[in-house]
Write a protein that binds this ligand. Structure first.
Ligand SMILES: NC(=O)c1ccc[n+]([C@@H]2O[C@H](COP(=O)([O-])OP(=O)(O)OC[C@H]3O[C@@H](n4cnc5c(N)ncnc54)[C@H](O)[C@@H]3O)[C@@H](O)[C@H]2O)c1
Length: 283
């Protein structure tokens, strides 16, 4: 996973409304709509859940340390979706204690390996990797007018790429995978029973629906873009070259945080995280 930088985050709070509107124009779904669809929760139910949820964002110093602006950007995305949220003054364990003492129902925390939303009411967690994959597959589905039976090239067989493959399969699409480390793509291909693509350029000439999950800059170039090419690109930095971006027009979805955090929030607020069911735990 690429470590986000303050530069990648600084425009997020100020541009949230215009980003959301652009997303609505392109996909017919804004951040809230994508999050509800990705989480499998009806909008009215999600709205009620968000109104009765308090979220805390706890800065974490482990690993590379606090990224200035990260917690604030996460808080602004949460507030934008209609949920109360605060960033704790303290970091780490002190911050978690502060979140609990101040009534947080959901706690967002990230280190260099894991970015999770902890649903304290139900003892469940939502991993940003899975939430991001669900959100981007939903966005691609909307851009493509449905994914059922359609072939999608997934670039990158890492954590996000693998989660995208699983989500695409759940939606009835036909994913294929390419990774610069051939063994990773081969392993994912045999594990999930999907097509392995050995040559990126050849694959890009044959697939019009692309999930860019490598985070390698500019892997999709101008010459790879046809009038039908549609790209959902969670990878950071953007895997589409600056010459190719204008050719894709509104057939490109990419942001460093907004879709993933929106899906995490709705999943956590609505009890869609992973973990043992409390009823199961007591039996
Ligand atoms: N937009 C978001 O909200 C969001 C959320 C989570 C992760 N991400 C980003 O998604 C990307 C993937 O994250 P991850 O956790 O899966 O990382 P990862 O390291 O687990 O996987 C990346 C994969 O891409 C492959 N790869 C690298 N260069 C490549 C290239 N040139 N062509 C094809 N494959 C290549 C690697 O071999 C690896 O398998 C990262 O850039 C990460 O920062 C974005």
């Amino acid at each position: 996973m690429t470590r986000l930088t303050t530069g990648m985050l600084e425009g997020i709070p100020a541009d949230l409304v215009s980003y959301d509107e652009a997303l609505k124009r392109g996909t017919g779904l804004g951040l809230f709509g994508i999050a509800c669809n990705a989480a499998g929760v009806p909008k009215a139910k999600a709205r009620r859940a968000l109104l009765s949820t308090v979220a805390a964002v706890v800065p974490v110093t482990a690993g590379g340390g606090i990224i200035p602006g990260f917690s604030e950007a996460v808080r602004e995305i949460i507030v934008h979706l209609g949920c109360r949220a605060f960033v704790t003054e303290k970091s780490d364990v002190g911050g978690l204690a502060e979140a609990v003492k101040n009534g947080a129902d959901v706690v967002f925390m990230a280190d260099d390996d894991l970015f999770a939303a902890f649903d304290l009411r139900r003892r469940r967690l939502v991993d940003n990797v899975n939430a991001t994959a669900k959100g981007y597959v939903c966005a691609l589905d909307a851009l493509a007018g449905g994914l059922l039976g359609k072939a999608v090239l997934v670039i990158g067989a890492g954590r996000v790429g693998s989660a995208c493959v699983r989500t695409l399969l759940e939606r009835g699409s036909r994913p294929a995978v390419y990774d610069v480390v051939e063994a990773k793509a081969r392993a994912l291909s045999s594990e999930c029973g999907i097509t392995f693509e050995p040559d990126l350029k050849r694959a890009l000439s044959r697939y019009s629906l692309i999930m860019e999950a490598s985070g390698a800059p500019g892997v999709i170039e101008k010459g790879d873009v046809s009038p039908d090419t549609t790209v959902a690109a969670p990878g950071v930095p953007l895997g589409v070259s600056s010459q190719a971006v204008p050719l894709l027009k509104d057939r490109l979805i990419h942001d460093p945080l907004q879709i993933g955090v929106s899906v995490m929030l709705v999943m956590a607020a609505c009890g869609r995280g992973e973990g043992q069911n409390i009823a199961e735990r007591r039996t």
